[in-house]
Structure formats: C-alpha cells, structure tokens
Design a protein around this ligand. Structure first.
Ligand code: SF4
Length: 476
C-alpha cells in the first residue's frame, strides 16, 4: 500500500492476528526487517514504499509474509521483475527462510528451480505432466514438455557466442552524456555498432542502459557527445532528424502489450510506419508489405484482422517486431524485448532476430538483464554501472574471462539450470549507487570485493587490457 509506511503495514498484520500488542509489535517488526536483510531496519520502519528500491521492497514483502510465522510461504515469481544481482540476494533470503517455513516457489526460471528447490512439479495447460525430485527430473525428465523446457533454458556458463564481425561501422556513439536535472544518468559512454552485428548492453536497473539507447534514438537529448549514423552526426532530438534516418533506426519495447494500441487491428499497427514513411505506396502495395512482414515474423496473414488483446505475449511481441522491421531499418534497438516472454517463446523470438540479421545484415543493439540470452545472441557486449561504461569486449571474452569485478559478479549471480554440477549463484552485496550522489572514485568501490585505497580516490579510466576495454584500476 503506497499510502502506509512499511512499519505500519507490518504492525497491522501482527495486530490483526492478535500476535502482539502495540508495545511489542514495533520491536518484532524491526527484528523481522533486520532478518530479511533490510539495512537500517529502524529507519525502514518509518519509510514509505516509494523510498525503497525494488529489491528492498521485495524484502519488505517477504517480511510481511513471514511476520505472522506461517508454516508455508507461497512465493509467486518473487524475483521475475528483479535484476540478476537482487534476484540472487532475494533467493538467498528465501533459502534462509526455508529453515523454519516450507516454501512453494512458482517460477518460469529453471535456473532458480535447479538451485533452490528439492522437488519440482511441471504444469502444462493446467495439468501436472511431471513431478518428483528436482535432480532426478533434470537427469531424466518423464515428459516431453519437461525435456523441452530444460533444453530451451539458456545457460550463462556454456555455449559458443557468435564470432565478432569485421564489417564497417554503421552507428557510433561518442562521449555521450544524459542528464536529468540533478543527476547524470549516462556519463561519457562511447561505442560503435557494425553492420550485421549485435551489441548487447547489460547492467542493473538504473545503470543508464535505457537512457543511453533513448539518446541514441533521439528520444532523450544528449547533454554532451554525439551520435554518428552512416558517417553523419545526427541532431540530438528525433524531430530534427531526417525522416530517412528515423526509418533506419527502429525500437522494440519490453512490454509488447502496452506497446500496441489495443483498439487498432494488427494490419493497421503494421501499416502506420508505412503511411508515415512511404506515403506514395498504394493500398495494394501496402497490403503486400504487411502480409510479407507478418509472414517473416512467423504470424501470417490470418493475424491481420486481430486486435492486440487477442494475442499471446509472444504473438504481440512479433507484431512489435513486424512494425519495427516493415521499414527495413538498418539498426534495431531491442530494450529488454524478450524479458516478458516465456522460455520457448523467447527462444523463437531470438531465433527470428538471428534469422533476420543473417538475411538482411541488420545491426541490433540489445539491452538485456538476462546474461544467458546475451551470451547466446550478441557479438559484443558492453557493461554499464552507475551510468558509465565499465567493460566492453567480444561476448566470448566477456563471459570466459571477464576483467571487471562487476561483470564477474553479474555472471556469478545468474542461476544455472543444472542442479547437479552448477554452483549456487553468488549474490553481489549492496545496492546500486544513487546517481544523485555517486560514490567518489570508482562508483563500484563500496560493493567491490577487491577494492583498494586508490579505488575510493581515483575514478578509473576506460583502457585496453588484453583486447578488452575496461575501467578498473586492477583489471590486470
Ligand atoms: Fe573494484 Fe577498484 Fe576496480 Fe573499482 S577500480 S572495480 S573498486 S578494483
């Protein structure tokens, strides 16, 4: 409840169950806030929900579920909306909770199942198709659906990423900075994207990923720096850019359902960019293009007359991709474009992007917090922390030999769908820093396991270490 302080909400639970009087309730709530790992529990008692980060809010929710001492805690996708680092912290907390409460965990993430569950039950279309000990089911799944789910689960610890491409640069960003009144969301970031290349951008919430690509697209003004496309420096605002440039740079959003107008038919949604950018195309020509692109994204003609509420999440995201691709852009920006999709649908959408790239030489900028997907899809990846670029490398090098401690922490925090041989995710302590008052020196130093005195005094510059661009005093 956004209108009640955290302490008030938890106290109400104790009082309504008759578990504490006014005097003792406060202390019990503070003890519970400490138990779920909220820093400074006395202060959090008086905090409003909006004053907590996503991870802290989820801890407060777990505290409210535990405060009455339940025998069973049902956690429904408790980490789906969280960053991988916060997810690892919350899972570690749930693991501790299990010492005195049974846990029923509902998740689509098989890495989470493998790491934390003794038993698993697989549902398909409302029916139980498999059930048993987690290890045994992973070793020999009884049902084809379980086998497919396990096979489709991407892994951060293995698989060959695509080889780097050696084509010409299509788009480059130089010393980009984005400011929001008193905070700097993106600070001095430079990178380039080549023809037919996928460049991934990873980092926790608030690291500046989305602000960076919005500035690239001209949807947010750059404070300093430049975006160069096809050799020309672009105006920073999209409305000042030539139509031909705007059609070449397209965007796919995270949530397909809210990115589509529910009152427009699929055919009109996909036609809209053609009406703007190719006004001379006649009705017949437009129809042919729409049918062709719907075929291309695996939907086909029969979807033309449907409305977005009649589509599944995967189908809706294909419509978004069709709308972005109908203009045959040169650069496609995907902002968490597969984050809201289930495992097998996600694999299909990723396969579609790879296929289109193979056929057309499309360049893709792919923002994702899912490192297993980044490993499978991208040629190069850049890691952002507190608005700055901290590591940029070929994807293989980044995953096999990460240079920056933050990159290592991100990779180690990902649960691997292997209950037998994969190590448990290792949570990165602490919260992402405030951009209003970032820590002095290296912004990562309060959380860095290998920080030295110099780290809190001097900000490390980005430099080349063994072919990787990295900003860390101790990268060697
Ligand atoms: Fe850690 Fe220091 Fe490197 Fe920053 S500069 S990542 S604090 S070792």
């Amino acid at each position: 409840n956004p209108y009640l302080r955290i302490g008030t909400q938890l106290t109400q639970i104790l009082r309504s169950h008759g578990l504490a009087d006014r005097r003792t309730a406060r202390q019990r709530v503070i003890d519970m806030l400490a138990r779920v790992g909220l820093p400074d529990p006395e202060r959090q008692f008086g905090a409003w929900p909006h004053q907590l980060s996503g991870g802290m809010r989820q801890r407060a929710m777990i505290a409210s579920a535990l405060i009455a001492g339940p025998d069973l805690l049902i956690a429904d996708e408790p980490t789906t909306a969280l960053d991988v680092t916060v997810q690892a912290q919350v899972l570690e907390l749930l693991e501790r909770v299990r010492e005195d409460t049974a846990l029923l965990l509902i998740t689509h993430d098989l890495g989470v199942v493998a790491g934390y569950c003794d038993q698993m039950t697989v549902l398909e279309q409302g029916r139980v198709v498999d059930s048993g000990k987690t290890e045994a089911l992973f070793r020999s799944p009884g049902h084809g659906h379980t086998r497919d789910l396990i096979a489709a689960a991407p892994r951060v610890d293995r698989g060959e990423p695509p080889e780097p491409v050696a084509t010409d640069t299509v788009l480059s960003v130089g010393n980009a900075a984005v400011d929001f009144s008193d905070l700097r969301a993106v600070d001095d970031v430079s990178f380039a994207v080549r023809a037919g290349e996928t460049v991934a951008i990873v980092g926790e919430s608030g690291s500046g990923k989305s602000s960076l690509v919005r500035a690239v697209l001209g949807l947010l003004p750059l404070s300093t720096g430049r975006v160069v496309y096809s050799g020309d420096a672009l105006p920073t605002r999209v409305e000042q850019r030539a139509l031909a440039v705007r059609r070449d740079l397209q965007l796919v959003f995270q949530d397909p359902v809210s990115a589509l107008d529910p009152q427009m038919r699929v055919q009109d949604i996909v036609a809209e960019p053609l009406v703007v950018h190719e006004p001379r195309l006649d009705e017949e020509g437009r129809r042919a293009r729409i049918v062709a692109i719907l075929d291309r994204v695996g939907l086909g003609e029969k979807f033309q007359r449907r409305y977005p509420p009649e589509l599944s999440g995967g189908e809706a995201q294909r419509v978004c991709i069709a709308r972005a691709l109908v203009l045959e852009p040169k650069v496609l920006v995907c902002d968490e474009a597969v984050a809201a999709l289930d495992g097998s649908v996600r694999q299909q959408v990723l396969a579609l992007l790879r296929e289109v790239q193979g056929d057309t030489g499309l360049s893709i900028i792919f923002i994702s917090h899912d490192l297993a997907v980044v490993r499978a899809l991208s040629h190069r990846a850049l890691v952002m922390y507190a608005g700055r670029l901290v590591e940029l490398a070929a994807t293989g090098a980044l995953f096999n030999a990460p240079r920056h401690p933050y990159t290592r922490a991100l990779i180690e925090a990902v649960p691997v769908p292997d209950p037998v041989s994969a190590p448990r995710p290792a949570p990165l302590a602490g919260e992402a820093p405030s951009l209003v008052r970032p820590p002095p020196g290296c912004a990562f130093h309060p959380r860095c396991p290998i920080a030295q005195a110099v780290c809190s005094e001097e900000s490390p510059n980005l430099r080349d270490v063994g072919g990787t661009q990295v900003a860390c005093h101790l990268a060697e």
